[in-house]
Design a protein around this ligand. Structure first.
Ligand SMILES: [Fe+2]
Length: 137
């Protein structure tokens, strides 16, 4: 199984969050395929840009929700988001410079990280949201 591919074990049971995650994995999969072709071009750049933008807005939604409920695991959860974003930013500048060594990062680091984050942190967050009966705006 490829780490970049969305799979149902990633479902956390909150429709808004699951939809965001599906989109994030789609971007990672496209980026991986694009980098795998060995050609870094304008399209690669625009996928990384979209990934950064999408991840930022998705994380902001989760974080707003956590603050609203006074979520006790907020600092750890937020620190993981920040780490992911800083890796995406680093990738963004490598791609901008035309680096060709980015593929391993997508598969192993970004997708591996996101998968684990979703299954551990977001799964717990979704359960807490259900407990509070909150809607993710
Ligand atoms: Fe999260």
């Amino acid at each position: 199984m490829s780490l970049v591919k969305w799979s149902n074990d990633l479902l956390v049971g909150n429709e808004a969050i699951d939809e965001d995650h599906r989109n994030l994995f789609n971007l990672l999969e496209r980026l991986n395929a694009d980098l795998g072709s060995g050609q870094i071009n304008q399209e690669t750049q625009s996928i990384v840009d979209a990934l950064r933008e999408y991840a930022e807005s998705h994380f902001a939604r989760e974080e707003a929700c956590m603050r609203k409920m006074g979520y006790e695991h907020y600092p750890v959860h937020k620190a993981e988001h920040d780490r992911f974003l800083s890796e995406v930013c680093a990738l963004q500048s490598r791609v901008a410079r035309g680096a060709r060594t980015a593929q391993l990062d997508i598969d192993q680091f970004l997708a591996g990280w996101l998968r684990e984050h979703v299954m551990v942190r977001d799964m717990a967050l979704a359960a807490a949201i259900r407990g509070e009966r909150l809607a993710v705006a």
